[in-house]
Write a protein of this length. Structure first.
Length: 327
């Protein structure tokens, strides 16, 4: 992988994404062994800076780094100098002085990992920045869909929920469209970011990727959930991000669940056997019904499991590892 940082998938080529997915398969083989630890990152220090709540992503990066034999240090906002008002610039200087080889950063401000990456010679991986991007989540979604359905290109991906506040939706749209799938983003009109579809289409065009898949745009938006579900091979439900929401965007959670919740009846309108995804944490009974979340079409637990292998692949490739099964 010829890049220093992984900040979003908007600048990833299809070949680069394929390289990550292939390496993820190799890492899955490592994880199936009785002893899961392999040596490629021995002697490297990875600093996990999580300045916003996280369980899955933080633990998953930590396990990934440890499985590759790296030393891992965790920093969170509470209990660190950030609480005392340390700026991002100071934090960056400290990370540099401590000799971190790689930094994983989650931050409430969109763009924070970019600012750090510019200053730091170490690799920076974005673990979620504000409403903006969450590239390793999108990579694990891609891997999960490829494992379940065999291929990504030509598939139709419906992403339903609070698209406005979702870094998961943005990165997933970039990732799936770059790999030749068509993405339909669906939300109530107040939670649909105007212009996101045309912005991504322009970006796809700029990197030479098709902007149409079998006659439909590679990325589109709608507030009509029936239209979004029609012919969908994958249905991703998004969490209603109440912590990011101003009053007035939704009448009530009950009303939202009635109009946009992914129930069994609604899921039946997608393709037979459509794969159900959710990045977690879930509000069961709001954006997704419990029987859908835990039903046979759900790949939600696989997403979490695959997250470790995907992050191992990203760390390994950024450290100069080569794609392929020889780990
Ligand atoms: C998401 C996040 O934090 O961006 N969760 C995750 O990383 N698995 C989505 C969310 O919080 O809803």
């Amino acid at each position: 992988m010829r890049r220093k940082d992984v900040l979003d998938l908007d600048d990833f080529s299809p070949d680069e994404i394929r390289e990550v997915l292939e390496t993820t398969s190799a890492m899955k083989e490592v994880l199936a062994r009785p002893i899961k630890r392999v040596p490629p990152l021995r002697g490297k220090t990875i600093v996990n800076c999580f300045y916003e709540a996280s369980t899955r992503t933080r633990v998953s990066f930590e396990l990934a780094a440890k499985n590759l034999s790296a030393d891992v240090v965790n920093i969170s906002a509470s209990g660190s100098s950030v609480e005392k008002g340390e700026s991002l610039v100071d934090t960056t200087r400290t990370l540099q002085a401590l000799g971190a080889d790689m930094v994983v950063m989650r931050h409430a401000a969109s763009g924070a990992p970019y600012a750090v990456a510019r200053e730091l010679s170490a690799s920076v991986i974005n673990g979620g920045d504000g409403w903006h991007a969450h590239p390793t989540q999108a990579l694990l979604d891609l891997f999960t869909v490829q494992s379940r359905l065999g291929r990504i290109d030509g598939r139709r991906i419906a992403i339903i929920g609070d698209v406005l506040h979702s870094r998961v939706a943005r990165s997933a749209a970039w990732g799936f469209a770059t790999m030749g799938a068509s993405v339909i983003l669906c939300a109530p009109p107040t939670l649909l970011p105007i212009g996101l579809d045309t912005a991504i289409l322009a970006g796809l065009r700029a990197k030479g990727v098709a902007t149409e898949v079998a006659g439909t745009p590679a990325v589109a938006m709608t507030h009509d959930i029936d239209a979004a579900l029609r012919d969908a091979d994958v249905v991703m439900a998004l969490r209603v991000q109440r912590e990011r929401m101003d009053a007035g965007l939704l009448p009530s959670l009950r009303e939202y669940a009635r109009a946009y919740g992914l129930t069994r009846e609604r899921l039946a309108r997608a393709r037979f056997g459509a794969v159900v995804l959710h990045p977690g944490p879930m509000n069961e009974g709001v954006e997704i019904a419990p029987d859908v979340a835990h039903g046979s079409q759900s790949a939600i637990e696989e997403q979490v499991t695959n997250g470790v292998a995907v992050r191992m692949a990203v760390l390994y490739l950024l450290a100069g590892g080569r794609a392929g099964p020889a780990v």
